[in-house]
Design a protein around this ligand. Sequence first.
Ligand SMILES: Nc1nc2c(ncn2[C@@H]2O[C@H](COP(=O)(O)OP(=O)(O)OP(=O)(O)O)[C@@H](O)[C@H]2O)c(=O)[nH]1
Ligand SMILES: [Mg+2]
Length: 206
Amino acid sequence: MHPIERQLHSTQFLTSAQLYKQCPPDEGREVAFAGRSNAGKSSALNRLCSQKTLARTSKTPGRTQLLNFFDVAEDRRLVDLPGYGYAKVGAQTRQQWQKELDGYLSQRQSLAGLILLMDVRHPLKDFDHMLLDWGAKAEMPLHVLLTKADKLSYGAAKTTLMNVRKALKDHPGPLSLQLFSSTSGLGLEEAWDLIGQWLELDPATE
Ligand SMILES: Nc1nc2c(ncn2[C@@H]2O[C@H](COP(=O)(O)OP(=O)(O)OP(=O)(O)O)[C@@H](O)[C@H]2O)c(=O)[nH]1
Ligand SMILES: [Mg+2]
């Protein structure tokens, strides 16, 4: 078993925050999952933690409407962010989420890195560019998961990976990319390695 897989397996739900000011104390390190609605953020979080129902997933975009915090270990957290681009809620609600998400991204000191999920079939939409630009400005390490890779042939998924890599070659900050599938488990090891580094988890911890 991958040492980080073992540690993530004991991850527990900590709290939900509707507002930035309701977030848990800004201490230690955390890694957040961002991406458009329905990109597969909650599914990736569950798969990475080998738990089926840690974060709620849904066929209907817009399931995650709060910032959800999960405790991996003391002062080590994962955060499931609400998906942008969900049209079915009212404009006012959407604006409110956006404001709280912006607050989180601009103020959160413990944020060690952002995992940006994009459906491999629809990469680099406006929202993705917005987060990429924000990451560049904030000098925030970014890691892109091209998700639902099981929906394409391996060859087609690899081609998309190469194309996205090419499109982002001039990104000024730390940026890495990989294919991922919560369904098939493709890319799990690479993602575990990265989360372990960003959260500064000791691979030797039992
Ligand atoms: N085939 C396949 N389906 C996936 C994968 N990841 C997620 N899905 C499906 O995509 C849908 C959305 O997944 P979620 O994990 O809820 O997406 P989300 O990004 O958390 O969505 P919001 O909370 O609405 O922002 C669900 O029906 C999942 O079962 C994957 O790797 N492969
Ligand atoms: Mg979700």
